[in-house]
Design a protein around this ligand. Structure first.
Ligand SMILES: *[C@@H]1O[C@H](CO)[C@@H](O)[C@H](O)[C@H]1NC(C)=O
Length: 334
């Protein structure tokens, strides 16, 4: 059972028939990617990390700022890049000229041989944050500049699940009264641009915060059969709660891309190597299986695993520093 993480990915993918091999490296359908955060003082060089993605056939990467060393290293690879705008530059991008310069510098200059999939303006921004009023104007300016350059890259934002409420059963879920005036216009923008909404989904935190009502097996995809609301796992229930809220706000056809999901190996209740191993294994298999969720059946689920490495300088609770799939020495944790 204790095989390398990507061996795991490759084994799972070949067993469900989505893996093709090229002469150079395994080429995996771009459904699952890995988030590459750099808040550590013991991590491999950026070039080495990009080489890990290449050699292990990881088809997608999410980074949290337009890091030119990483973008440069990605040149010529077919890795699909999801790139956040740095939080502290979002406000400046409400000026269309600044946004045009930003797109020119970080996207257009590399777009010949770097595959930019989504640009993320705002990660887990809440409607009461100072940044909230700048998100849609910055998204609009960046999308306009990208479209003027004739690129197909889509702009979006990554929400967390605190923006929805009443999510049991998932079909009853709605955006909160606070969130609706913030997210409604953003959703209209996404629909108009045929871009997906991004959402960070953590069954781990839902489980930890409500262990009385949530069974570990339900959070880990290991429950036998479905529960009385028709769900086999909490991930699907959380994803469908967002789809239900989107239906009620008038966007029934908007796709949700899971922009982060993971399980920590230490630092909190249920944070164990064995649990994390099972979570990542099952999540990858589920995402690729094409079973979808009860509300959106029959399709793969675009998902980013959080994260490439344990980040020893990440602030917050201890558990935040134990989401890595790989160790700092590049060996797989699972
Ligand atoms: C889910 O909610 C929508 C309304 O938002 C309704 O049309 C649909 O029938 C519901 N589905 C189920 C399975 O209850």
């Amino acid at each position: 059972m204790s095989v390398s993480a990507i061996l795991l990915l490759v084994e799972i993918l070949s067993s469900i028939g989505v893996l093709e091999f090229t002469a150079a490296a395994p080429l995996v359908a771009p459904i699952v990617g890995i988030c590459y955060g750099i808040n550590g003082n013991n991590l491999p060089s950026k070039q080495e990390v990009v080489d890990m993605f290449k050699s292990r056939g990881i088809p997608r990467m999410r980074i949290y700022s337009p890091d030119e060393e990483i973008i440069q290293a990605l040149r010529g690879s077919r890795i699909e890049l999801v790139m956040d705008v740095a939080g502290d530059t979002i406000q400046s991008l409400t000026d269309p000229n600044v946004a045009a310069d930003w797109v020119h510098r970080y996207i257009t200059s590399y777009s010949q041989d770097v595959n930019f999939k989504y640009i993320v303006v705002g990660n887990e921004v809440h409607p009461n944050y100072d940044l909230a009023p700048y998100i849609l104007p910055a998204m609009t300016n960046i999308q306009n500049a990208i479209s003027s350059a004739n690129l197909v890259t889509k702009v979006s934002t990554a929400i967390d699940t605190t923006l929805v409420t009443n999510s049991y059963p998932p079909n009853n879920s709605v955006f909160t009264a606070d969130a609706s005036p913030y997210i409604g216009p953003i959703i209209n923008f996404l629909v108009k641009n045929e871009a997906p909404l991004l959402a960070n989904l953590y069954p781990y935190f839902a489980y930890v915060n409500n262990q009385k009502d949530i069974d570990l097996h339900y959070a880990l995809f290991t429950q036998q059969g479905t529960n009385d609301i028709g769900y086999q796992n909490l991930f699907d229930a959380m994803l469908d709660s967002i789809y239900a809220a989107l239906e009620k706000i008038g966007a029934p056809n908007l796709e949700v891309v899971v922009s982060e999901s993971g399980w920590p190996s230490a630092g909190g209740d249920g944070a164990l190597v064995d649990n994390a191993h099972v979570y990542y294994f099952r999540l990858i298999k589920h995402a690729y299986s094409g079973s979808g969720t009860p509300k959106r059946p029959g399709r793969p689920i675009q998902t980013f695993l959080f994260a490439m490495f344990d980040e020893n300088q990440k602030p917050g609770a201890e558990v935040e520093r134990h989401f890595g799939i790989f160790n700092p020495d590049k060996s797989p944790k699972y």
